[in-house]
Design a protein around this ligand. Structure first.
Ligand SMILES: *[C@@H]1O[C@H](CO)[C@@H](O)[C@H](O)[C@H]1NC(C)=O
Ligand SMILES: *[C@@H]1O[C@H](CO)[C@@H](O)[C@H](O)[C@H]1NC(C)=O
Ligand SMILES: *[C@@H]1O[C@H](CO)[C@@H](O)[C@H](O)[C@H]1NC(C)=O
Length: 494
């Protein structure tokens, strides 16, 4: 045996293979502050731990409350082979796990054989879903699919660990009222913070470097990531952040007590559940079964597709669409609505409604919504934050073959590439997109040809399969300047 080893080791590369074949497998049992968990080898270059709890179940008297850390972890090894429950929300077939209030779980995916000494950078994923739905177990968020994220990071010698996090949504995560204790407001964001705190204590055991955490979210998940950047913590929980199509958080929000007023969400919730108004409301809502549907119901209404409104009523219907998206529509003036109407006039491809679907109201509403929710919000953030730290902006403009042409490059399209759900023609572009992200997670810079966004140059990277190029950040500028004006921001209570 010794002879065989000696002779094989004349060739360094063969020797490595030989030793690897005889080396004991790295144990997939990992001890954390919330228990010891046995991971799973996927057989395709990755390992995963699913359903790792990062806080006590927010049930009973903990419902609607800030998450509480686990301090009484059991020492028995638990299989972490299946996703933890999705948080309460409207039932859907795409969640990948049962619904339950006991839902504060995260999932760790890493390159196979990662050892604790490797100290890999960590990417933490917060799903979107309008703060109303979403789950880390959703099969579309598999970081191993088509080898685009984790295996790609290994192939480019910039390996990363991926962690996806559940957080409470809708009423369970964002109950607002004067009867909710201030320290429990935005419990869903506090869940994310609890997961990040858990990672500070436990990521090293998985081979991660807790000082190299990047948080990443899309849509509401990106708005949440921005909130994590803005609200200080006693110690840093991450060093970088990626926001895909973020929705804010720079809208004006009314104080929590406003939600108690007649017609506002807390009052509507009490009316729908039969719970009494006043100080007893909170305890009453805590005792209801979690499946009560008013807990999940969207506060906003929003589709204008195919309404076939007569031209004479189109502007008024557009106004109503806008007002229905706001918590407090009484603060928007008709002047502001008229200006929006004229900035996004009835369908004329040469003017403000660019999609030319033949559905004028739909085109206007979509054009305004995209600018108001995403482009204006991003410009506001970047223009304020550029002097404070390095920023990189992109405009994703790739229409992915097979998608609905009338939706164009829709909200969330880029995730199809980054999470490996795309036609073969997009493979190289998806890998390029992933490389930008992987570079940023490793080096805090996405790499050439992506320029830093500065107030002097204001450049964003256009992401298109055959046209990745830096462009000036000046498209739709008149519109976003209006939407970002102090007067309009003050009127949009969202
Ligand atoms: C830890 O404490 C919680 C809350 O009291 C309890 O529900 C849970 O069963 C305990 N876990 C263990 C492993 O003792
Ligand atoms: C890797 O394996 C996991 C678990 O079996 C699976 O979910 C994933 O799709 C696989 N990825 C690839 C690229 O085959
Ligand atoms: C709707 O608003 C546009 C833009 O301000 C305007 O040009 C058009 O005349 C209005 N249509 C009606 C029917 O009022």
């Amino acid at each position: 045996m010794a002879r065989a080893l000696a002779s094989v080791c004349l060739y360094a590369s063969v020797c490595t293979l030989f030793l690897a074949a005889f080396a004991a497998p790295v144990s997939l049992d990992i001890r954390t502050t919330s228990g010891t968990f046995r991971g799973l080898s996927t057989g395709n270059g990755t390992e995963k731990w699913l359903g790792v709890p990062f806080a006590q179940p927010p049930v009973g008297s903990l419902r609607f409350k800030a998450p509480v850390a686990i301090t009484n972890a059991s020492r028995t090894v638990k299989d972490a082979f299946t996703f933890g429950n999705a948080c309460p929300q409207e039932p859907s077939s795409s969640l990948g796990a049962p619904l339950s209030e006991d839902c504060l779980f995260l999932n760790v995916f890493r390159p196979a054989g990662t050892t604790p000494s490797e100290k890999l950078p960590i990417l933490v994923w917060f799903y979107g879903g309008a703060f109303m739905n979403g789950a880390a177990s959703d099969p579309q968020f598999d970081p191993t699919c088509k080898r685009v994220l984790i295996q790609r990071s290994v192939a480019t010698s910039k390996p990363i660990i991926f962690v996806s996090v559940n957080y409470r949504v809708n009423t369970f995560g964002f109950l607002a009222s004067s009867h909710v204790p201030a320290e429990d407001l935005n419990a869903g964001l506090l869940d994310q913070r609890a997961a990040l705190t858990f990672l500070q204590e436990n990521a090293a055991a998985f081979g991660g470097d807790p000082s190299k955490v990047t948080i990443w979210g899309q849509s509401a998940g990106a708005g949440a990531a921005e909130a994590q950047v803005l609200f200080p913590t006693p110690r840093p929980l991450f060093r970088a952040a990626i926001f895909d199509s973020s929705t804010g958080p720079f809208k004006n929000a009314p104080p929590a007590s406003r939600y108690d007023d007649p017609g506002f969400p807390f009052a509507r919730l009490l009316a729908a559940t039969g719970c009494p108004a006043g100080p007893a409301s909170f305890a009453c809502l805590q005792k209801l079964p979690f499946e009560v549907s008013p807990f999940y119901r969207t506060v906003f209404s929003g589709s204008v597709r195919g309404l076939n409104v007569p031209a004479a009523q189109e502007n008024a219907t557009f106004d109503t669409f806008i007002k229905n998206l706001l918590i407090d529509p009484t603060t928007v003036t008709q002047d502001t609505l008229n200006t929006i109407n004229s900035l996004y006039p009835p369908n004329d491809p040469a003017l403000g409604a660019p999609f030319n679907t033949g559905d004028s109201l739909f085109d206007r509403a979509e054009a305004w919504y995209t600018d108001n929710m995403y482009l204006a919000a991003r410009r506001l953030l970047f223009n304020k934050a550029a002097p404070l730290q390095p920023l990189f902006a992109y405009a994703f403009r790739e229409f992915i073959p097979g998608n609905d042409p009338s939706l164009g490059v829709f909200h969330g399209s880029e995730l199809e590439l980054l999470f490996g759900h795309f036609p073969a023609v997009e493979q190289a572009f998806a890998e390029q997109m992933a490389d930008f992200y992987i570079n940023f997670i490793n080096d805090l810079n996405p790499g050439a040809p992506w320029p830093q966004f500065t107030l002097e140059t204001k450049q964003v990277l256009q992401l298109m399969r055959d046209n990745i190029t830096a462009i000036p950040d000046d498209f739709n500028l008149q519109k976003t300047d209006f939407l970002d004006s102090t007067v309009v921001l003050g009127q949009f209570q969202k």
